[in-house]
Design a binder for this molecule. Structure first.
Ligand code: APR
Ligand code: PHB
Length: 394
């Protein structure tokens, strides 16, 4: 088989890139290790930046999001027993949209069926070859048979544990990493959300987040030690701990019920560079990871592939290499700002174990009370949370 671009991975980055390329008249094939059902069942975050929502609309994928998503004009930060509302509408004039990544993934998958970008699922041993030449190819095994796809470019959209990043020689690839000494224990429950908007809570007992998917589906998290076992957290214990981390007036409103999902997420910041090696280009979680505190993971995957699709279209339709040459630098400029925001928010909102004195705690209080007292600070928060522009002046 021959195509212009082989996309490795059918997560949000891979599917969206496929769709963007198809709109630009470029042929692509997506090869995915897991089954379609598996890919569609993963539960991830649920906040779409304003710019992400715009991209989905431009791609003709906005209809269900408009119908079933919720426009949020702000978020709440809870600390010292009180609540600060950050009003996005007022501060930056743009909202975020609450719409689960699982739903985005569904919409993208359905669009692929419609528009005929082949998605080969259950492709085993996917391997990029000859990326340092102008004739790269990808091999994989399906139904026990080895297959080969020749192409001009390979897009590594295969997530943090994918194969693509490992193709870049170790003396070329640089990685930057921060591992946080805690995780998030999260549940989904078919109960009404405790508030109309999200609440990020910094408490003596650790961080908590009240989020939602829709009117009768809540998503809650509590910070937990890394070695936490979900078996040790029956629902009653989770609800009790969550309540204890929320301001009293919020805790009093919490409606509890059986969880329908319970899982643990470790927190890490990670950036690999460069994002291009020869004819291989990395995008999304294959290139970077952020802790979920700023809800940036999916949004960064989207901005990467918007840059990448433009760059590939320039090259494949007109022969210009400027876009592909600049892809790594322009994408990373935005990535690092989101890495900074996610790190900052994580640091401000969590309890760090082993802190030897209360210096860090006092700094957190200073950050939070500064946000409370300064509209400038809140505007900077709102600007970052709702999403920085895709093409800032450099
Ligand atoms: N071969 C083929 N496919 C692979 C391989 C491989 N060796 N390894 C991984 N994959 C697939 C995975 O099964 C998955 O479907 O690549 C896809 C990567 O998808 P994601 O992990 O969702 O990454 P990405 O598309 O970059 O999306 C980023 O997802 O993890 C969240 O927080 C993150 O929201 C962000 C978004
Ligand atoms: C979620 O709803 O799962 C969610 C929301 C906001 C975050 C992280 C996760 O920052």
């Amino acid at each position: 088989m021959r195509t212009q671009v082989v996309i490795v991975g059918a997560g949000p980055a891979g599917l969206m890139l496929g769709r963007l390329l198809q709109q630009a008249g470029i042929d692509a094939v997506i090869v995915e290790r897991r089954s379609g059902d598996h890919v569609l069942s993963r539960i991830r975050a649920g906040v779409l930046e304003h710019g992400t929502a715009e991209v989905l609309r431009d791609l003709g994928l906005g209809a269900r999001m408009e119908r079933e998503g919720f426009v949020h004009d702000g978020v709440n930060l809870a600390f010292l027993g009180r609540r600060l509302h950050v009003d996005f509408a007022d501060l930056v004039g743009r909202p975020v949209i609450i719409y689960g990544q699982t739903e985005v993934q569904h919409d993208l998958y359905d669009a692929m069926d419609d528009r005929d970008v082949p998605v080969v699922d259950e492709a085993l041993d996917v391997t990029p070859h000859d990326v340092e030449t102008t004739a790269p190819y990808v091999t994989y095994t399906r139904d026990g048979e080895e297959r080969r796809v020749d192409c001009e470019w390979i897009a590594g959209c295969d997530g943090y544990h994918g194969v693509s990043r490992s193709v870049i020689p170790t003396d070329v690839l640089r990685t930057h990493e921060r591992v946080y000494p805690f995780g998030w224990l999260g549940i989904l429950s078919e109960t009404p959300p405790v508030d109309d908007e999200l609440i990020y809570a910094n408490s003596e007992r650790g961080f908590a987040l009240c989020s939602m998917r829709h009117k009768m589906l809540s998503r809650y998290y509590v910070q937990c030690p890394l070695d936490t076992d979900t078996d040790d957290w029956p629902d009653d214990r989770f609800w009790e701990e969550l309540r204890a981390r929320l301001p009293d007036d919020v805790a009093a409103e919490l409606v509890t019920g059986p969880s329908i999902e319970k899982s643990i997420t470790p927190l890490r910041s990670f950036v690999a560079e460069p994002l291009r090696h020869g004819r291989l280009l990395l995008a999304g979680d294959a290139a970077h990871i952020v802790p979920p505190t700023g809800a940036k993971g999916l949004n960064l995957a989207v901005s990467d592939v918007v840059y990448l699709a433009d760059a590939l279209a320039d090259h494949l339709s007109g022969g210009s290499t400027t876009g592909v040459d600049q892809y790594s630098e322009s994408a990373l400029l935005r990535v690092w700002k989101a890495v900074r925001f996610s790190w900052w928010m994580t640091t401000m909102m969590h309890r760090f174990p082993n802190a030897s004195d209360d210096f860090d705690r006092k700094l957190q209080e200073a950050e939070l009370t500064y946000l409370e007292s300064s509209e400038h600070a809140r505007r900077a928060f709102a600007e970052n949370y709702t999403g920085l522009p895709f093409n800032p002046p450099s």
